[in-house]
Design a protein around this ligand. Structure first.
Ligand SMILES: *Cc1c(COP(=O)(O)O)cnc(C)c1O
Length: 387
């Protein structure tokens, strides 16, 4: 970097977060190393209790990743080849990949263009005799519209698995993400709001039988050891991840508050720079801000703006040393591996448009308001022709 280039603003700054908790992390890691207990054990159990209480759930099972949380949740429901599972077409691949890995068919629902969450009214027409579950995704840190989803779930006796990988601590009408479904899945991938130093995840539930099945499946269905009741897998969580996550968990609400403050700053700055409409006003502005439903706590895992010249803007921001990311460039129904499912361009237009227009800009807790001004000013100069 030449001396007169500005300091880069990354999409996420885990190094500065680490610097703020370094001593505590080292002590926690030392503790695990001294114990030489690396898989499950007391650290994992303690984390399970803390996250269950935080998420208003009775049971929680620490697993190897968010992807495996989804897989094991579907296995616990007995999802098998020929079954169908309804989910959002705009999510991380794992949501649908877990379904397909069990030989079942993901059936995709289009999204609301404002929240990027699935449209509940599109679910019911897709339910048939083969449907085994619904997976709403709480995208970007905002809970999907659960009331109509739970109403459908009740009426059809259809289990719900919440994909809460991006939504730990988010709330909908006073209740926490993870507490609505028959099962819910969290991810502790390093970039998530609560991220470990490697892969891990968690399954949450209020159903004791499902909790028992997930716990069994986590260790090859064995109970006691070497006596296998079910065909499960190795879906265990590492003690080192749990120890790191327990340190970081103490700061989660502070970090969430900082993300929410940053979201508020962006909303103000985009309006001040005449880039986005104030409040609920509509008009001819180059940037569309992410919708906040007002029915609960948005934890701002991502702050996704929408623009029509998205790829050009991303390249321009990069030239200004500002990180951004596209979550996600291809909707799930158009992924190559799902080509046999019979979807085509135009099948789910809101997801397809989102894939072309969304851009996540930095929202991490350590971001300063000066950084945010720089991001918004760079976007302003892009749209005002400075590019
Ligand atoms: C991160 C994520 C996952 C998968 O979690 P991993 O821990 O990376 O396996 C699943 N669904 C969504 C929506 C995610 O964002």
């Amino acid at each position: 970097m030449s001396p007169n280039e500005p300091t880069p603003i990354p999409i996420l700054d885990l190094k500065s977060q680490y610097a703020s908790i370094r001593e505590e992390i080292h002590a926690a890691l030392d503790h695990v190393l001294e114990s030489q207990h690396f898989i499950l054990g007391p650290e994992v159990s303690a984390l399970e209790e803390e996250i269950a209480a935080y998420s208003q759930c009775q049971y929680s099972i620490g697993v190897s990743s968010g992807t495996d949380a989804l897989l094991v949740a579907l296995m616990a429901l007995g999802v098998k080849p020929g079954d169908e599972v309804i989910t959002s077409s705009y999510s991380f691949f794992a949501t649908a990949g877990a379904v397909a890995r069990l030989g079942a068919r993901p059936v995709f629902v289009d999204i609301d263009p404002g929240t990027l969450n699935l449209r509940p009214e599109a679910i019911e027409p897709l339910i048939n005799a083969r449907t085994r579950a619904i997976i709403p995704v709480h995208f970007c840190g905002q809970v999907a519209d659960m009331d109509p989803i739970l109403e459908i779930s009740d009426r059809f006796n259809m289990p719900v698995i919440e994909d809460a990988a991006q939504a730990i601590g988010a709330e909908y009408k006073g209740k926490r993400a993870g507490s609505f479904g028959d099962l819910a899945c969290l991810s502790f991938f390093p970039s998530k709001n609560l991220g470990g130093y490697g892969d891990s995840g968690m399954v949450l539930t209020n159903n004791p039988e499902l909790a028992e099945r997930v716990a069994l499946l986590r260790t090859h269905g064995a109970r006691p050891k070497y006596h296998h009741k079910l065909v499960g897998g190795n879906f265990r969580m590492d003690a080192i991840q749990a120890a790191v996550l327990r340190v970081k968990f103490k700061y989660l609400d502070l970090w969430t508050a900082a993300r929410q403050r940053n979201a508020g700053n962006y909303r103000r700055l985009f309006v001040e720079h005449c880039l986005a409409a104030p409040g609920s006003e509509v008009g001819d502005y180059p940037v569309q801000l992410p919708a906040e439903t007002g029915w609960g706590r948005h934890i701002y895992h991502l702050f996704q703006i929408r623009v029509t010249r998205r790829d050009e803007l991303q390249a321009y921001l990069l030239s200004q040393h500002i990180g951004s990311e596209v979550y996600y460039p291809v909707p799930l129904h158009l992924q190559e591996c799902f080509s046999s499912l019979g979807y085509f361009p135009g099948s789910l237009p809101a997801s397809e448009r989102a894939a072309l227009e969304t851009l996540a800009i930095p929202i991490y807790p350590e971001l300063t308001v000066a950084d945010q001004s720089r991001v918004v000013e760079a976007i302003a100069s892009f749209f005002n022709g400075a590019s």
